[in-house]
Design a protein around this ligand. Sequence first.
Ligand code: PML
Length: 271
Amino acid sequence: MLIFQPMSDELYSVRMHAERAGAHLCGAERLVSADRIEETAAVLVRRALVHPRGCAEGLRLAVDRVDPASVVRGRLPAVTTLQVSDFSTGRALAAELLAKAGVSSAAAVFAIHCLARGAAPDGRSMRGAMLVGATSGRRLEPDAARGVRVTRMDLSPQAEERLRADLAACGLDRPQVREALVLAAKVLAAPGVVAELCWSDDPDYTTGYVASADLGYVRLTELKPAGDERGGRVFFVDEARVDLAALIAFLEHQVFLADAVGAVYPPREPR
Ligand code: PML
């Protein structure tokens, strides 16, 4: 039994990782005050039990106290949604957006190809993200099967309330959007990251996004065919100035709390 004796301003990182058939099924996490640990753990466990790809067969839950002084605070990027008719159009648009963000065409094409065919060596999705040189298109993550896992991030309760209202006004208040947005905010705050490309490995979820400091978080409604379980994340890095060890340490361990939100624009057709 876990017994916590919390101080009032303390935060706890609550993280869940579930497996099925020997492979990663899903993961989720929150940063919460002590009085919300129990309900948060129950919500995360339930999520693993009712996952669209089946009920979890194994599940790990971790709860760790976070030193409030160590938390990096940041702002969510603005959200734009571009409605595209099919995944080929979505991927072509993603490549254009990545070019605007400073990613070479070779790197963008390579990254899209990797996510489409399954970026892990066995052709499945990776649990973590790929790191790709924004100019060379070289893969830089130390372990191509594991990738780099972004953890220990969340929204403050005030930012969450504001974000949910703004997303709801555009018909977008879903956990997938909220969680990906927080993750993108942390990734864009990481030293040396130029842009991110993501689409889900959930077979029912075809929307993905490109994010960069200047573009914000640009959702593309179709980035893969429905039913496809292959997806993942690519972080494009500036090879000339990135310190890979520092970047990976930030992404995997630095606690990040978004306490301000950006604008949320209604879905529209691309111009
Ligand atoms: C969104 O609709 O904005 C979220 C897209 C990415 C979802 C990523 C995931 O579910 O793993």
